[in-house]
Design a protein around this ligand. Structure first.
Ligand SMILES: C=CC1=C(C)c2cc3[nH]c(cc4nc(cc5[nH]c(cc1n2)c(C)c5CCC(=O)O)C(CCC(=O)O)=C4C)c(C)c3C=C
Ligand SMILES: [Fe+2]
Length: 447
């Protein structure tokens, strides 16, 4: 497992061989390019102290890799209508992501070594920071394929000739009861999820990707998150959400490879998206001031688990399966029929599970002094039609916890598979570069 206790960390400068020499080599990036094998990121190298996760692989990183402590997620709108420019953007983004996640600068020169009369090819604020386990995960929104329908229901525009490649699961999410969605915090043509154990590293990643998108795409909305609200590995302790409850106990974990195939990865039959997933994002504001005036008994009944250990109210310890048939004195179920865990449990949804990877957020306060805080819910599923929409519909309709929640933002994105190991193109300095045929996330879509 990657964590803060991993041995000595290398800063970007150290990884780069202290800038100068490698930056000089970067001048000739593009010369002598080759397919990266030796330089392709190897297995997770937490043990060597660099704190990096491989960028390449069958699946994109940032899904089953252990959830880091911080999130910066940005949704983008494309400003270009050129398919070639879209491909170029994805190529540039892929190279930058491959570099940043391995502790390199965004471009081959770095923040302080490029031509003196040009803006640096990296903004610099992460120059002396370790890679902090950065992962960057790309997703594609429905509007990229079919545009945005008009208010009168007129169909959107197929700007890139991709309408017939729309994945079946990339549906327009229905309106759920108690949704109060802000369009300025919802949807988008593209999404980039940057997760790291240092917020500055995650912000640096999005900033440099946004910079590289200049002229092709602009940021539509962003969300900062802290204090992951899920574990994605059995080696991680279960964190707590802002209601103070352990969150992520029953999550799908990286070690459950059969469950990942069944519930998270898009199957081979799904064409270009095979090996990918779908990312659901929901910005959920929590009425924490009201919650804090609620008795412990009521809080536990709303959730269906104990607040201290996170054990189901039917008994046992944190990882004991809830027993929904268990009754207390008087015959009432120990886990209420309208409790959160009962309504979200796979047994209520034909066995459907999801890989949750959410974060807490606090975005200031409202005019009444109440915190604008909550849970930025992120989940990866194999098909939102079976693995998310029915669950959300049941929760929005019947979950007593909803009395304390308002969904204020929403997004659904198709997450392409990973860039294959050994396929990155490297420059003379051995680091990834963008060329006319360098690989990119989502390449299968354009094949
Ligand atoms: C549509 C999916 C879900 C949303 C939205 C959601 C929001 C949400 N959840 C909590 C707190 C907890 N959730 C817990 C379990 C849990 N939640 C979902 C789904 C959504 N939650 C699932 C599928 C599960 C697992 C159910 C199971 O298999 O037992 C828990 C219990 C601990 C755990 O297993 O993680 C808590 C606590 C909040 C506060 C919230 C919105 C703000
Ligand atoms: Fe939940």
């Amino acid at each position: 497992m990657h964590d803060e206790t991993d041995g000595p960390r290398l800063s970007r400068r150290a990884v780069l061989g202290l800038g100068g020499g490698l930056a000089a080599a970067g001048v000739v990036a593009g010369l002598g390019v080759g397919r990266a094998t030796a330089t392709a990121p190897g297995p997770a190298v937490a043990s060597t102290g660099t704190g990096t996760y491989p960028f390449t692989g069958v699946h994109q990183a940032g899904i089953v890799t252990p959830a880091q402590d911080r999130l910066y997620l940005a949704a983008f709108d494309l400003t270009t209508t050129s398919r070639d420019e879209l491909v170029e953007l994805l190529r540039r983004w892929t190279t930058i992501a491959a570099r940043l996640t391995q502790g390199l600068s965004a471009g081959p020169f770095g923040p302080a070594s490029g031509p003196y009369d040009a803006p640096p090819d990296d903004t610099g604020e992460a120059a002396d920071l370790p890679p902090a386990g950065l992962t960057i995960t790309f997703g594609l929104g429905r509007s990229m394929f079919v545009g945005t329908p008009g208010p009168d229901g007129t169909p959107g525009e197929d700007r890139f000739g991709l309408a017939d490649r729309l994945p079946d699961g990339l549906v327009a999410l229905p309106h759920f009861a108690a949704d109060d969605l802000d369009p300025a915090r919802s949807d988008g043509d593209l999404v980039v999820q940057a997760c790291a154990d240092d917020p500055q590293v995650a912000v640096h990643a999005i900033r440099n990707l946004s910079r590289a998108a200049f002229g092709s795409a602009t940021i539509r909305w962003t969300q900062l998150g802290y204090g992951r609200t899920s574990s994605t590995s059995t080696a991680q302790r279960t964190p707590r959400n802002l209601f103070g409850f352990k969150d992520g106990t029953a999550n799908v974990k990286a070690e459950e490879t059969d469950a990942l195939d069944e519930h998270v990865w898009v199957p081979a039959s799904a064409g270009w998206l095979a090996g990918g997933s779908y990312l659901v994002a929901r910005r959920i504001r929590m009425r924490i001031e009201t919650w804090d005036r609620t008795s412990l008994r009521e809080q536990e009944n709303l959730v269906g688990r104990t607040k201290g250990e996170g054990a189901p109210l039917s008994g046992g310890t944190e990882f004991t399966e809830p027993d929904f048939t268990a009754q207390g004195r008087g015959g009432a179920p120990l886990i209420a029929v309208d409790s959160h865990v009962r309504l979200a449990h796979p047994s209520s949804h034909d066995g459907a599970r999801m890989l949750r990877r959410g974060y807490n957020f606090t975005d200031g306060n409202d005019a009444l002094g109440r915190l604008d805080a909550g849970l930025f819910f992120v989940a990866f599923v194999r098909d939102p039609r079976t693995h998310y929409i029915p669950v959300q519909a049941a929760l929005s309709r019947d979950d007593v916890l909803m009395e304390y929640l308002t969904h204020t933002g929403s997004g659904l994105f198709a997450v392409p598979p990973g860039v294959p190991d050994g396929s990155l193109v490297t420059g003379a300095d051995g680091t990834p570069v963008t060329t006319a045929d360098s690989p990119f996330v989502g390449q299968q879509l354009f094949a």
